[in-house]
Design a protein around this ligand. Sequence first.
Ligand SMILES: NC(=O)C1=CN([C@@H]2O[C@H](COP(=O)(O)OP(=O)(O)OC[C@H]3O[C@@H](n4cnc5c(N)ncnc54)[C@H](O)[C@@H]3O)[C@@H](O)[C@H]2O)C=CC1
Ligand SMILES: O=C(O)C(=O)Cc1ccc(O)cc1
Length: 314
Amino acid sequence: MTPLFGKVALVGIGLIGSSIAINLRERGLASEIAIATRREGTLARARELGLGTSYHSDPIEAVKDADLVILCVPVGACGAVAQAIAPALKPGAVVTDVGSVKGSVVADMAPHLPAHVHFVPGHPIAGTEQSGPDAGFLELFENRWTILTPVEGTQAQATERLRALWEAMGAMVEVMSAEHHDLVLAIVSHVPHLIAYNIVGTAADLETVTQSEVIKFSASGFRDFTRIAASDPTMWRDIFLTNREAVLEMLARFSEDLASLQRAIRWGDGDALFELFTRTRSIRRSIVEAGQDTAEANFGRLPPRKDPWNEAGD
Ligand SMILES: NC(=O)C1=CN([C@@H]2O[C@H](COP(=O)(O)OP(=O)(O)OC[C@H]3O[C@@H](n4cnc5c(N)ncnc54)[C@H](O)[C@@H]3O)[C@@H](O)[C@H]2O)C=CC1
Ligand SMILES: O=C(O)C(=O)Cc1ccc(O)cc1
C-alpha cells in the first residue's frame, strides 16, 4: 500500500503503540516510524523487535518532521507529553492519541498544542490485559471500532486522513464528541473493569475461603474476571481518575440495579431474575452475531502468554 503518512512518530511503545508500529510496518502505511519512550529498557526492546526505523529517549527528537504523531501513553501522561513535544511539532502535522478517556485528554493536551497542527483525539476499542512492546500484534484492530473525537476547529480533512489510517489497519471508525465517548465507555469498559478488580479483590480477602481454593475451584466466570483484573495498574488508575464523573454516574445506576437484584433474591422473586437473565442473554447473542466478541475473535491470533491458572495445576 502507498504510505498514508510520511514520518509517523509513536510516543509510548506498549501494547497499543507496538500494535500500531507492526501495522505501519507490515502494511507499508508510513515511510518512517520514529519511536520514543521513557525507559531505556523498553526502547531497547522495541529496537530488538524492529518496531521502528529510529528510536529516541527524547520525544522531541522523535516528533521532529513527523507528519503524524500518536501518543500511546497512559492518559494521565498525555498533557505532559504534549507540553514537551509542542515546540518541535511540524506545521500541518496531525496529532492524535489512543487514550481510553477523551475529555481529560482534550483538556490536558489542547492548551499546549500550537495552532499550526491538527488535533484529532482517538481511541481504538481494542486491547487485551497485556502491556509492553512484546504484547502488540498485527490483527489487534481488525474488525474493531476506533472512535475519533475531533475538537472544535479540527479540519475535516485531518479527521478523514486519520480515519483512512485506522481503516487501513482493519478498524471501523466512528466520530463522536469526547463527552459522549466518555459516557459510553464508562458503562461498556470502565465500570466492568472496576467490577472485575473488585470481585477478584473480594475473593482474595476472604477469610473463610482460602486463596488456593479460589484458584483450584474457580469457574470460568471468575476466571474471566481475573483476566480483566490483570490489566495494567497505571493505565487503569489513570482511567478512573480522569473519567471520574461518568464512572461515578454509571456506578450509581449499577448500584441501584444491584440493589434490586439483591431484593429479588431475598424475596424469592424468580420471575424478576428470569426476566433480566433472558434480556441479558439476548444482548450477548447480538454481540457475538456482530462479530464483536473479542475472546472468540482473538482466539488463535494472540501472542503466546503465560497462563497462571494452568501453572496452578489445572
Ligand atoms: N491496553 C489496552 O487494552 C488499551 C489501551 N488503550 C490506551 O492506550 C494507551 C496505552 O496503553 P497500552 O499500550 O496498553 O499501555 P502499555 O503500558 O503497554 O504502554 C504504555 C507505554 O507508555 C510509556 N510511557 C508511560 N508514561 C510515559 C511518559 N510519561 N512518557 C513517555 N512514555 C511513557 C511506557 O513506557 C510504555 O511504553 C493508554 O492511554 C490506554 O488507555 C486504548 C485501548 C486499549
Ligand atoms: O482486555 C479487554 O477485555 C479490554 O477491555 C481491552 C480494552 C481496554 C481498554 C480500552 O480502552 C479498550 C479495550
